[in-house]
Design a protein around this ligand. Structure first.
Ligand code: GLN
Length: 478
């Protein structure tokens, strides 16, 4: 069974025609993933019992002549910030190294109800803070395309397992680019849906007003299938949207003739030249398919990094306050007083990046600085969202780079947090505005490093975004 090249539909066909059973598939996928994992460190845990139980249910359905569901039998990996009942969920943190959640995230429940088979949990930056996966307490993930390089972050493990072919699809999370940037670095498709499209129940909170769960896949159709499965209103997340979930897959087959596509001029400054060339080639493909391409302006972009790193750290400082050594986490036992216990638990447990963000966030929320930083950042966030609203008055979709450069070397930026933050420049705006955005592979550099092209649309216009991505994927010449 050639798991690395399988798509969801080829798997379903194999199961339907009894070429293999779901249990055989899960067993093969687990074996393959465990064998390949030392090369990338992309999985933090495997869950064979859970996988085989899910696979058995799929086989029983098939035996009864029932539809096993849109993901029937598909081996899936889940980022380790998404809770899985009874299966260790570390958030990439030493603090949660032994944490076993008592419940499942809604996205996980829906995935299994649709027949998905979760085989393991993927490595990530600690509490999803990072752009390289080097902030994991369990060691960095290596990019399967070039193991000296980072896979991107924070969903680096989720992108790597799909690129490596040790899972067919995976779930990641995106607060400022953490699905799209690793997808771009590893050469896979990554989707950040509209804020509220997918329930955040059971997603460990980093910055609640920016956090999203979304799919990573080897092709656009599989990513659309997975999104349709996990999307939709959930009573357990009051920010989840009531809007009905359209059939994204039927939308894939439309053409893009006459579709108006905007290229934001602010997103094409400071790009590595090969990245710029590949995006330009991608845009030409879209033109050849009949799209009308025009330049647009998103003038508030220059404030996006500052705005994002104020809002996300403010929210993170509040969300991470719960890891106090009393609940959830390991506890430092050296302390003599309650405050001392808090201090040593948090001091020993959090990595450098989390501490940096807790301090920054606490500062921007503190009396005397709140108006100058946090409140101002909220106003700038509204301006960034308004830029997109204005643009979508004239265009149906926006096309841009995902990252200014391709995958960099492990260690290259680790001592320069600001350089690391700047790599998020083109992705954080979509999260700040809450609009859907995705990365679709658009070629490789001379050194063979993948580059992703970003497609953004207005709120809840995922179907249009998928249509552009699918048309591009079908026409591109590499
Ligand atoms: N790289 C960004 C950060 O470090 C985005 C992370 C994310 O989307 N979770 O915050």
């Amino acid at each position: 069974m050639d798991i690395p090249s399988l798509s969801i539909d080829s798997l379903r066909e194999g199961l339907r025609s009894h070429n293999f059973s779901a249990v055989e598939l899960a067993t093969a996928a687990l074996g393959h993933a465990e064998k390949e994992n030392p090369a990338t460190n992309a999985y933090l845990s495997f869950c064979p019992e859970r996988a085989l139980d899910a696979a058995r249910r799929v086989d029983e359905k098939i035996a009864r002549g029932e539809d096993p569901g849109p993901l029937g039998g598909v081996p899936v990996a889940v980022k380790d910030v998404i809770l899985t009942k009874g299966v260790r969920t570390t958030c990439g943190s030493k603090l949660l190294a032994n944490y076993i959640p008592p419940y499942d995230a809604t996205a996980v429940i829906r995935l299994e109800q649709a027949g998905g088979v979760i085989i393991g949990k993927t490595n990530c930056d600690e509490f999803a803070m990072g752009s390289s996966n080097e902030n994991s307490a369990f060691g960095p993930v290596r990019n399967p395309v070039d193991t000296d390089r980072v896979p991107g972050g924070s969903s680096g493990g989720s992108a790597a397992v799909v690129a490596q072919g040790t899972a067919v699809v995976s779930l990641g999370s995106d607060t400022g680019g953490s699905i799209r940037q690793p997808a771009s670095f590893c050469g896979v498709v990554g989707v950040t849906p509209t804020y509220g499209r997918v329930s955040r129940y059971g997603l460990t909170a980093f910055a609640s007003s920016l956090d999203h769960i979304g799919p990573l896949a080897r092709n656009v159709r599989d990513s659309a299938r997975l999104l349709a499965v996990i999307a939709g209103r959930d009573e357990m997340d009051s920010t989840s949207a009531f809007a009905p979930v359209p059939d994204y897959e039927t939308a894939l087959d439309g053409d893009i003739r006459g579709l108006r596509i905007g290229l934001p001029k602010e997103y094409f400054q400071g790009l590595a030249s090969e990245t710029g060339d590949l995006i330009a080639r991608g845009v030409n493909v879209l033109k050849s398919l009949g799209a009308e391409v025009r330049e647009i302006s998103l003038p508030a972009t220059e404030y996006a990094i500052a705005c994002y790193y104020i809002i996300c750290t403010a929210e993170a400082s509040s969300n991470l306050a719960r890891y106090d050594g009393v609940r959830y986490t390991s506890r430092a036992d050296s302390a003599e007083s309650l405050t001392g216990m808090y201090r040593s638990t948090r001091g020993e447990g959090f990595g450098a990046e989390c501490k940096r963000r807790i301090m920054l966030g606490t500062y921007v929320l503190s009396a005397g600085y709140y108006d100058a930083y946090y409140l101002k950042a909220q106003k700038v966030r509204a301006l960034i969202a308004r830029d997109f609203e204005n643009a979508f008055g004239h265009v149906d979709a926006i096309v841009a780079p995902v990252s200014p450069f391709p995958a960099f070397k492990i260690g290259e930026k680790i001592n320069d947090p600001l350089a690391m933050y700047l790599s998020d420049i083109y992705t954080i705006t979509g999260d700040l505005a809450g609009i859907p955005c995705m990365s679709v592979p658009c070629g490789r550099t001379g050194a063979g490093l993948p580059v992703g092209m970003q497609i953004l649309t207005k709120h809840f216009a995922e179907a249009t975004m998928f249509r552009v991505a699918h048309a591009f994927e079908s026409a591109r010449d590499f």
